[in-house]
Design a binder for this molecule. Structure first.
Ligand code: GUN
Ligand code: ZN
Length: 434
């Protein structure tokens, strides 16, 4: 196969470590006039244009972006495909919201054509917003996952998804059984897991909608195949936490339910964790599990404020999640805008470099994919974005006043959204152009 080599010249920024561990200055690399070289879908070089250009053949194709910033693609560690059609549903908190809006909307995925239509819209929306990898909940129907992976495979995207398992406390039209959920998940794993850049996640919705038998089989699946993911929800809403105590009185608390069924581990991602206690954070960290911080959802559903400093204290892996449709935006820039406010309301700060980390390398680490995505290090997948400083008149004017990359980055995260993402590249291919 002939080598396809391309180079991209612009300001370039990526996170290389967690600011909580190394301090802000050592957490990133910034090239004011940078060059990113891509060979066959992978990054082969990154550096200052003035230094790298001399080492490249004179006829190499170079795309030069002015007034723009190249960053790694964003990583959304928690989102629901079948809730695309119900973002922004009025008035309820979690449990009523699920019954009133979510379950009826997800039921439409029994129809294959509907699943395919929404999967197409959903993936386009991810890419329009600069999300190149997501950990995705399907519906209870296997066809939701088939439709999603088929669409992702066509674009060679790195994606993780799973069919929801739920066999109680949900309408009959939307429940499986412990056995059928096991068999259907297994068939999806055989078909999709580790195929190219696709990965499967065992997906019990949350403790209240699974019987002990189903949770047992979810744990069993994780033991049957290497590198499977597990995704679920935890401690999002106080009523939910009380309900779990009633349903599992023999367990110490919410996390202990999942722990008992062997669902914790290095590829396990728990969404929300707003009401986790200190001991639970310690246990999550000890098992290498991760939490998806979903600020737009936590505010929209009135769930509460995620305690990021507590997670940091325990060295717990944290990624960022949009949680659409509980969340209100596909944009991780807008998600960071809200994350900043969630921290402000707790008397804490979120530096723009910590934010960049959360949306990129932090997400990659939560998913154990930092060798492949989340940075622009040579040898990793060429999943990257071009953010446009002139995306809107206000952004353009505001950024002209900026005196540093820190200020520019923070303003991009405060004013930016899908309009800011001019180009999205995945495996070196242009997959979205505004
Ligand atoms: N808990 C159980 N299911 C859901 C869901 O679909 N969205 C959110 N935000 N929380 C949940
Ligand atoms: Zn969710």
């Amino acid at each position: 196969m002939p080598l396809t080599r391309k180079a991209y010249r612009a300001a370039i920024l990526h996170s290389i470590a967690d600011p909580a561990e190394v301090g802000i200055e050592a957490s990133y690399e910034y090239f004011e006039d940078g060059l990113l070289v891509v060979d066959n879908g992978q990054i082969s070089a990154l550096g200052h244009a003035s230094e790298l250009l001399a080492s490249l053949p004179a006829d190499i194709e170079i795309t030069h972006y002015q007034d723009a910033l190249i960053t790694p693609g964003f990583i959304d560690t928690h989102i629901h495909l079948p809730q695309t059609g119900m973002v922004g549903a009025y008035g309820e908190q979690l449990l009523d919201w699920l019954n009133t809006y979510t379950f009826p909307c997800e039921s439409q995925f029994a129809d294959q054509a509907h699943a395919e239509e929404v999967a197409g819209i959903f993936i386009k929306e991810l890419l329009r917003n600069g999300t190149t990898t997501a950990l995705v909940f399907g519906s209870v129907h296997p066809q939701s996952v088939n439709a999603f992976f088929e669409a992702a495979q066509k674009l060679d995207l790195r994606m993780i998804a799973g069919k929801v398992m739920m066999d109680r406390n949900a309408p009959d039209y939307l429940t499986d059984t412990a056995e059928s959920s096991y068999l259907e998940s297994k068939a999806l794993i055989e078909r999709w897991h580790s195929k190219g850049r696709l990965h499967y996640a065992v997906t019990p919705r949350f403790a209240p909608t699974s019987t002990p038998e189903q949770l047992t089989l979810a744990g069993q699946l994780l033991g049957e195949y290497p590198d499977l993911y597990m995704q679920t929800h935890i401690s999002e809403n106080l009523q939910e936490v009380e309900w779990v105590k009633e349903l599992f009185p023999e367990r110490k608390g919410y996390l202990d339910v999942y722990d008992h069924y062997q669902l914790l581990g290095e590829r396990s991602v728990f969404a929300h964790g707003v009401h986790l206690c200190d001991d639970e954070c310690a246990r999550l960290a000890q098992t290498g599990s991760a939490v998806a911080f979903c600020p737009t959802s936590n505010l929209f559903l009135g769930s509460g404020l995620f305690n990021l400093p507590m997670a940091e204290k325990h060295k717990l892996n944290v990624g960022l999640g949009t949680d659409v449709g509980g969340g209100t935006s596909f944009s991780l820039l807008q998600t960071l805008n809200e994350a900043y406010k969630v921290m402000q309301l707790q008397g804490a700060r979120l530096s723009p470099f910590k934010s960049l980390y959360l949306a990129t390398l932090g997400g990659a680490r939560a998913l154990r994919l930092e060798e492949r995505i989340g940075t622009l290090q040579p040898g990793t997948d060429a999943d990257f974005l071009v953010l446009d400083y002139n995306a809107t008149p206000l952004l353009s004017y505001r950024l002209k006043q900026s005196k540093s990359i820190a200020e520019t980055l923070f303003v991009l995260m405060t004013l930016g959204d899908d309009r800011t993402v001019a180009q999205t590249y995945a495996a070196g291919n242009l997959v979205h152009q505004r």
